[in-house]
Ligand binder design. Structure first.
Ligand SMILES: Nc1ncnc2c1ncn2[C@@H]1O[C@H](COP(=O)(O)OP(=O)(O)OP(=O)(O)O)[C@@H](O)[C@H]1O
Length: 275
């Protein structure tokens, strides 16, 4: 059974094609990685799947519904890990997680969630006083407190030191072992390999489409020969887009913003092994 099915997804910002005909299937219960350099179209794709961004063409199903027009219960089944808690900075970790739990019909125990992400010792700390890695853990706590079936993680470990990354990976594996389907985007090939059984790579600049297909992340041959360094292959093609709006269950997708950009993206590099 698929948690996500995408056929022929296309999205442009003016003359800039950000996603050009992406096909994607994410099986229920797996961790799936969308890998690509800056500007490859990962965030655009994820925001379309989350229902935050409109699409130009293509068929998209997330948990059996079109995220552009989901039913009332759909948002409570999807977890989204945002970057930062904005105006909630003066609340404590515990207050904030309890507050978010109130958005959902059947939330997890907020204190158990705080423990799960390793923030029990910081439960009474104001969120502005957390370190970068602790803030990211809090972001995850807010994303999972509603007990989502499907969790989106957009570049979850960017800026982490190596130890924080490994700890974060453990958290993701633990969530997945508990039954949560996870789609993550990343710049890092090692992160995709460490976490995901399957994935797709997108790159407008490195010519991923010319890379030979790979049977799995784990076969030791996943590096694109045309991609120096394997992971960071291109600079961002345009300006950093504005941060997406804060989400809460029941909120509506934002309209698409403008962008400069990259040519065709989201070349599919499907691996076949399944967890
Ligand atoms: N809101 C926006 N307004 C204008 N251009 C945008 C917007 N969002 C994305 N773009 C452009 O679309 C292309 C794909 O961007 P996107 O953010 O989806 O890529 P990405 O793979 O997530 O990149 P990164 O790894 O840097 O986050 C880029 O050329 C970018 O400049």
């Amino acid at each position: 059974m698929n948690a996500i099915s995408v056929r022929g997804l296309r999205k442009s910002y003016g003359a800039n094609t950000a996603v050009a005909g992406l096909d994607l299937e994410v099986h229920a219960g797996e961790i799936f990685a969308l890998l690509g350099p800056n500007g490859a179209g990962k965030t655009t794709t994820v925001e379309i799947l989350e229902g935050f961004r409109g699409r130009d063409a293509g068929e998209v199903e997330v948990l059996g519904e079109d995220p552009a027009a989901p039913g009332a219960a759909w948002r409570g089944r999807v977890g989204i890990v945002l970057q930062g808690t904005g105006e909630f900075d003066n609340l404590t970790v515990r207050e904030l997680v309890h507050h978010f739990a109130g958005f959902y019909p059947a939330p997890d125990d907020p204190d158990a969630v705080i423990a799960r992400v390793g923030l029990t010792e910081k439960a009474r700390a104001r969120t502005h006083a957390l370190s970068g890695g602790q803030k990211r853990r809090l972001d995850v706590a807010l994303g999972i407190v509603g007990r989502p079936e499907l969790l989106f993680l957009d570049e979850p470990t960017t800026g982490f030191d190596p130890e924080a990354r490994r700890e974060f990976w453990e958290l993701i594996r633990d969530l997945n072992a508990g039954g949560t389907t996870i789609l993550l985007t990343t710049h890092y090939l090692d992160e995709a390999e460490a976490l995901a059984a399957r994935g797709s790579a997108c790159s407008p600049a490195a010519g991923w489409s010319r890379c030979p297909p790979r049977p799995s992340w784990a076969d030791g041959s996943t590096r694109c020969p045309r991609s120096p360094g394997g992971t960071r292959t291109a600079g961002r093609a345009g300006r950093r887009p504005p941060r997406r709006p804060r989400w809460s269950p029941g909120s509506r997708p934002s309209s698409a913003a403008r962008c400069p950009g990259s040519p065709s993206t989201a070349r599919r590099w499907r691996t076949s092994t399944s967890a």
